[in-house]
Design a protein around this ligand. Sequence first.
Ligand SMILES: O=C(O)C1=C[C@@H](OP(=O)(O)O)[C@@H](O)[C@H](O)C1
Ligand SMILES: C=C(OP(=O)(O)O)C(=O)O
Length: 450
Amino acid sequence: MSHDTSAMRPRRFLPNGPLRGRIRVPGDKSISHRSIMLGALAVGETKVTGLLEGEDVLATAAAMRAMGATVERTGEGAWSVHGVGVGALLQPQAPLDMGNSGTSTRLLMGLVASHPITATFVGDASLSKRPMGRVITPLSQMGARIEASVSDQGGGRLPLILKGAFPAVPIAYRLPVASAQVKSAVLLAGLNTPGITTVIEPVPTRDHSERMLKGFGAELDVETDQDGTRIITIRGEAELKPQTIDVPGDPSSAAFFIVAALVVEGSEVLIENVGMNATRAGIVTVLRQMGGHIEELNPREVGGEPVADLLVKHSPLTGVTVDPAIVPSMVDEFPVLFVAAALAEGRTVTTGLEELRVKESDRLAVMAQALTLAGARVEETEDGLIIDGTGGAPLAGGAEQPVATHLDHRIAMAMAVAGIASCNGVEVDDTRPIATSFPTFEAMLDGLCG
Ligand SMILES: O=C(O)C1=C[C@@H](OP(=O)(O)O)[C@@H](O)[C@H](O)C1
Ligand SMILES: C=C(OP(=O)(O)O)C(=O)O
C-alpha cells in the first residue's frame, strides 16, 4: 500500500444506534495464507472455499504464482491452486512484494530457505520496520544465506535477499519468542530438508500450520511434555497431497463485532461460522470474564477446525486483570480489547504484551494515544496498558485531530468501534489499511448499525 498521505482515506465513525442482525465474517487470514502456500507445494489441484480475499492473502497468492504455482480465483472466495511439488519452487523473476503482511514474509522466507532459489522480499513502510531477525536466525542455521539489500536499515529488516540452501540442514530450534510465524517458517523450511526438523515451543501459539501440514500428508508429530512445552517434528522431502479446504471465519475479524455488540446499548448480533480453535479464542474467554454475553451456538467442525455461531448481546462490562498466559491466543485482538476496557466499569490491567510493539505498528503506544484522544483514561507501561473505564458511558470522542493508524488495519477497526461507542464520533486518519485483512468491514458495520 502506498504511504502517499494525499491518498489517505479518512473517516469519522459516528454513533448510529444499536447493532442488530446476522453477519458472516471473511475467512481466517492465517488459514487462507497456509491454504495457498501448501496448495502450491502439493502436486495436483487444491480447492479452497471461504478464502479471505484481503490484500495480505493476495500478496501470498502473487508470490506463489511468481514461484511457479497456478493460483486462480474461480468464484467469490473460491480458489484453485495447482502446485509444483515440494522442492520444485521456481526462481522468482522479480522481487516478491509482501505489502503489509508479516505472515506472508516470514512463512515464505521459510519456504525459500530450503529451495535452490534466491528471492528478494520487499514490503510497505510498516512491514519494512518489522524485525525479520527472528526468522533469519533459524533459517541461517539451516544453511540459507540472507543478504541485506542496499537500503536495509540494519537489524534484519526488509528489503532482504534470501538465498536458499540445497540441501538444507535439519535443526532443532527452541523458539525464543512465542510466535506462530517463526514456528511455521522453520516447519515450512523443514518440508524440503532431508531428515527431521524439530521446533520446540515453550508457549503454545496458533497451531494451524501443524493441523494443515498433517492434513496435506506431511509426517508431523507433536509431543507435549509435563511443563506444557510442545515438541513438533516434521520429516522432510515430504510429498504433499492436494486438499479441499473450507476456511472458517476469522475470529480476529469477528472480535471487532463481538466488542461492538457488547458495548453499544441495545445490540444483538449473530456472527456465523467463527473459528473457535483454542489457540485463537482467548478474546472470547476474556470478554466473558468481563461479563460479556457471548453464546456459542451450533458447535461443529469446518476444514478441520472447531467452529461455532456466536450470539452476542449488549452487556455491562467490568475491568479485569488479563492473565499474560492467554496472550498468544488473542495476540491480534488486544487493540479491540482495549476499547472494551475503556468502556467497562473499573480498571483493566494487561501485561506481557511486548510483542504488540512489533506488529504493523507499536500497538501499545498507538492505542494509548488513540484512546486518550477519544477521551479514555489510559496509562502505557513497558509491556501493557492500564485502562480505567467509563463504567458503560460512551467515550467523549469528538476530537478534531484524527487518530493516527500508522498503516495498521487493527488500529483502524478498533477505533471505528470506539467511534460508534462515543458521543461525538472518532475520526480515523486512514481506512485503507482495513483492506489488508477485512475488505468488507465498513459495509458490514454500516449494515448492522442504524
Ligand atoms: O502465524 C500467523 O498466521 C500469525 C501469527 C501471529 O504473529 P506472530 O507469530 O508474530 O505472533 C499473528 O499476529 C499474525 O496476525 C498471524
Ligand atoms: C499482525 C498481523 O498480521 P501480520 O503479522 O501477518 O502482518 C495482524 O493481522 O494483526
